[in-house]
Design a protein around this ligand. Sequence first.
Ligand SMILES: *Cc1c(COP(=O)(O)O)cnc(C)c1O
Length: 371
Amino acid sequence: MARPFNFSAGPAALPLEVLEQAAAEMLDWHGSGVSVMEMSHRGRDFMSICEQAEQDLRDLLAVPSAFRILFMQGGGLGQNAIVPMNLMGRSASHTADFVLTGSWSIKSQAEARRYGEAHIAATLKGEHPVRLPPPSSWQLSEKASYVHLCSNETIDGIEFQELPDLRVLGCDAPLVIDCSSHIASRPIDWSRIGLAYAGAQKNIGPAGLTLVIVRDDLLGHALPICPSVFDYRTVADQGSMFNTPPTYAIYMAGLTFQWLKRQSESGLTGLAAIEARNVAKAKLLYDCIDGSRLYRNHVDPSCRSRMNVPFFLADEALTEPFLARAREAGLLQLKGHKSVGGLRASLYNAMPIEGVQALVRHMHAFEAIHA
Ligand SMILES: *Cc1c(COP(=O)(O)O)cnc(C)c1O
C-alpha cells in the first residue's frame, strides 16, 4: 500500500528508507540483542552511534573544527532561553540584537527579554509582497553580545537566501541563527555565524533532540542562573552526556544523516544533491501558485522559503473543500498555521519530488473545478 504524502510542518515526514531501517533494527541493533532505546548511553554501542551521528553531521554540513556540535533537549523554544543565558554575559550591558522577520524570531526576542536587554534591530515593514529588511538598514547595538535571526520562518514562509556578513556592517558580535526548519536543506556559511540551533523534528528526525553548533570561543560565558544541563561549556566538555541525552532521537537523526550523505542528483551528492532537489521542488510549487488565479503567496521571490510554502485561496471558503479533496488524494497536513490560516505545504528533505508533483496535480484539478 502506498504511503500518503505528508506535508506536515513538524514533527514532519522522515525518509522511508530511514523508517524501514529503524524498523528492521528495532528489536536487535547490530546483533547487540537489544533495541537502541534500551541501551546505556555510556555503553560502547550507543557511544559509537552517537559519535558516528556527530561525524556524519559534521561532514554533511562541512562544520569547521572550531565549532562544537551539541546534542541537547528543550527544542527551539528552549534555545530561546538557553542562548541568552549562555551568551548575554559576553557584554557588560547584557544586550543582544534581534532581527524580527516572523513568528519565530518574535518569540525569540520575547523570551530573551527575561535575561537582559533584547534590542530590536529590524522588523518587517509591512510591505506587500513581504520582503526581508536589508542588513544595511539594521540598527545594530554598539556592544551586543550577539545578533539573533531566524534563517527560515516556518509559519510565514520567509527564508534568508544568504546570511548577512555582520563584519561588513561594522559589527563584530557573533550571529546566532535559529535554523530549525531548514537545517540540512542547504549549505551553511560558517564564516558568518557563531551559533546555529535547530529542533530536530522538522528536517532531521523525531522530536526531542535539539542540535546546537557553536563556535569554541562562545563557550564558558553562561550566566550564574543558567542550569548546568543547559550550560554549553558543560554539555561540550561532557560530549553531550552530562545528563542522559535523547538516545533514540540521536540514533534516528544519525540514520537521516547517512541517508542524506547517500543522496545523488544530476552528478551532485550529499547536501548539494538535496539542495538541488529542494530548489526544484520549491520552483514547481511556486510556479503553480504564481501561474494560477486561485492561489496566492504573499512573499517576495527574493526571500521565499524553499521548505515552507504558505499559500491562500482567492476565496477563503474553498480552503476546507481543498483540504478535504487533498486528503482523499493522499496529500496530508496542508492546513496553514492557525495564526495565519490558509494552506501551507512543507517540503522538507524527506518530501520526494513525486509528492510535490501530486500536490500540483491536485491544485490544477481543484482550480479547474472552481475557477
Ligand atoms: C518549530 C520551530 C521552533 C520550535 O521548536 P520546539 O521544538 O517546538 O521548541 C522554533 N523555531 C523555528 C524556526 C521552528 O520552526
